[in-house]
Ligand binder design. Structure first.
Ligand code: GDP
Ligand code: MG
Length: 460
């Protein structure tokens, strides 16, 4: 759907600010903006340079604001259309007044993400890149920004393009085989076709497998701090956050609900969850809290099992067993032997090692801060930062399409191995191409686009 009407929106965040940017895009952007502009004619302003003038109400001649205007001509703009951007004083009245003037002059208010949707429609970017625009805007850490920016610059798209051309090769070879099947000439050995299909499957699998890491980086890596009551979990989250976020007390059962906050370590964001101590209790509210602790543990990518070294080592084995039982298969555990300032770590270390010989163990004092930096380093290591050139999938829609592509390429492989007729294999091949094409938007529907862009903010 390519709309030619002219849209406008405030692109800066809602509310009052130093400066607000009003964006206008579409066939009549320069004409409509020109009607409320007093200064150098916008049609004569050099592209992408700012010019100072006044925003005026054409009906009354009243000046609304003094502003800077910048013009971009199609196709050399974000949307690929003629675009004008006004930088105005950030008063909420000025902002709404300018929108009113623009609408009176023939603009329509943009829908969420409509500028980016137009950029996609005009071929400035594919769908994966357009989606990444929202991720770049939403990124809150160096790493989440890096994977979003890589996708926006076409990282995933290029990789998918390579896979697509391999699949097209495969499809062409199969068709040749079909065309000449009567003559019993073999054009490409099935072994060669299988090689290509296996290679595509491997690459699709690698991309799909990167999603769990990509998702964790995008949303913050979930870390559950678990253990017995009074082990020092709340003290530890406060130490990691360098803040008094959770209430610390020596009364067992103080933390009844999970407390969550984020911390950035060397550009990676971690979502720390302090939990209620896991123990048997008659207190219904505490029991609900414990239920939530177990849920946080199941959802965590990393669990910090906090052990109180001032208690009996038997407790340590018990609590670790419980953590092992309750965690999900891919949750990584690091054992924090706490209160090393007053307890004795050695017997607890032995208790841990007798259960899990290769356990990651850190001795620390959450109260005094010793060992906390080592724990930070350990979290960073466990988070397993992707290498600079690794393509990381962080979008659930892409993951779903990759999973479906995996299924259909597996059918292709099965078909080739079983020496099925090319006609049957061709259909699975088309399916694979279809699913990969859904990611880049080669194949899409207005409904899919509406769902994607409705999650954007207005003005982007
Ligand atoms: N000596 C010492 N006491 C600690 C340490 N960490 C926590 N505590 C104390 O242990 C008690 C329970 O701490 P808290 O963080 O509330 O434990 P939680 O129930 O696991 O959240 C409090 O009195 C803390 O001051 C530590 O490293 N050393
Ligand atoms: Mg607590």
């Amino acid at each position: 759907m390519i709309e030619s009407d002219t849209i406008c929106a405030i692109s800066t965040p809602p509310g009052c600010g130093g400066i607000a940017v009003v964006r206008i895009s579409g066939e009549n952007a320069i004409g409509i903006a020109g009607r409320i502009w007093k200064g150098k004619a916008l049609s004569n302003v050099r592209a992408r340079t700012s010019t100072l003038g006044d925003i005026v109400d054409p009906a009354t001649g009243d000046t609304t604001d003094t502003a800077l205007a910048m013009v971009m001509h199609a196709p050399h703009s974000f949307t690929g259309e003629d675009t004008v951007e006004f930088s105005v004083h950030g008063s909420t009245w000025i902002q709404s007044e300018i929108l009113r003037l623009l609408i009176d002059c023939g603009c329509r208010m943009a829908q969420p993400g409509e500028f980016t949707r137009r950029a996609f429609a005009s071929g400035k970017m594919d769908l994966a890149q357009a989606e990444a625009v929202a991720d770049v805007i939403a990124s809150t850490s160096k790493e989440s920004h890096r994977i979003a920016a890589q996708q926006m610059r076409g990282g995933i798209s290029r990789r998918l393009g390579e896979l697509r051309s391999q699949l097209l090769d495969l499809s062409a070879l199969l068709e040749l085989e079909l065309d000449f099947s009567e003559e019993d000439v073999e054009f490409a050995s099935r072994t060669r076709l299988l090689d290509i299909a296996h290679n595509v499957k491997k690459e699709v699998a690698t991309l799909a497998a990167s999603f769990s890491k990509g998702k964790a980086i995008k949303e913050g890596i979930p870390v559950a701090i678990v253990g017995n009551t009074n082990a020092g979990k709340s003290t530890l989250i406060n130490a990691l956050l360098e803040d008094d976020r959770a209430i610390v007390s020596d009364i067992p059962g103080t933390t009844r609900d999970t407390i969550e906050d984020t911390v950035r370590i060397d550009g990676m964001e971690f979502r720390l969850v302090d939990t209620a101590g896991i123990r048997t209790t008659d207190d219904t509210i505490e029991a609900l809290g414990i239920e939530r602790s177990l849920k946080a543990l199941r959802q965590a990518r990393i669990a910090i099992a906090v052990i109180d070294t001032t208690t009996h080592p038997d407790d340590t084995g018990q609590i670790l067993r419980r953590v092992e039982q309750e965690k999900s298969d891919d949750t990584l555990i690091v054992v924090a032997l706490n209160k090393c300032d007053s307890g004795t770590a050695a017997p607890h270390r032995l208790a841990v090692q007798s259960m899990t010989p290769n356990a990651r163990i850190i001795e620390l004092s959450a109260l005094h801060g010793s060992g906390v930096d080592t724990l930070r380093q350990q979290l960073l290591e466990l988070a397993d930062r992707p290498a600079l050139n690794d393509i990381v999938v962080s979008n659930a829609r892409h993951y779903e399409a990759l999973t479906l592509a995996m299924e259909s390429i597996t059918h292709v492989i099965d078909g080739l191995s079983a020496d099925l007729s090319g006609v049957l294999i061709a259909e699975d091949l088309r399916q694979t191409l279809h699913h990969l094409g859904e990611i880049t938007g080669d194949i899409t529907t207005p409904e899919i686009l509406s769902t994607i862009f409705s999650r954007f903010c207005i003005g982007k």
